[in-house]
Design a protein around this ligand. Sequence first.
Ligand code: FES
Length: 168
Amino acid sequence: MSKSLEANVDESKVLGWIKKIGTEPSASVPLLQEIQSEYGYLPREAMEIVIKNSAITSSQLYGVATFYSQFRLKPIGRHLIKVCHGTACHVRGADRLDTSVEHALGLKKGQDTALDGSYTVEQVACVGCCSLAPVMVVDDKVLGDLTGATAKRALKAHAKENDEKLQN
Ligand code: FES
């Protein structure tokens, strides 16, 4: 992961959220939601500010952050690709889309973000367009009836429109 993807955390903002939301462990989820909605993930620096300035311990805060799949501990790319792995998409070839996307982005095993920070890919539950399965959502655009090849073509078109470069 390139360092440049790390967010610059504004301490006063985080302190403001703590003041508004609360300092007890029950405030963990809304605090993490605020942080993630600001930075796209949960920067370690922001987590430390919460831990230092509240009654929430490190293990409580990280426990919540890792329990809920909505939270990310790593920076996110400039564009987000969601590959649907709901039942309909799974049955109709979501795995092929994963392979195709991973190849297009040049991702190695365990990596979810392209090294240049352009794209992050994640697997999600049903996105509600099962009749179009298999589906992926690139930023907010739903693409359906995909094959490995059309998924890659769609990504290439998206990259071109957004001045991004794919690895393959
Ligand atoms: S299972 Fe993929 S859209 Fe419903």
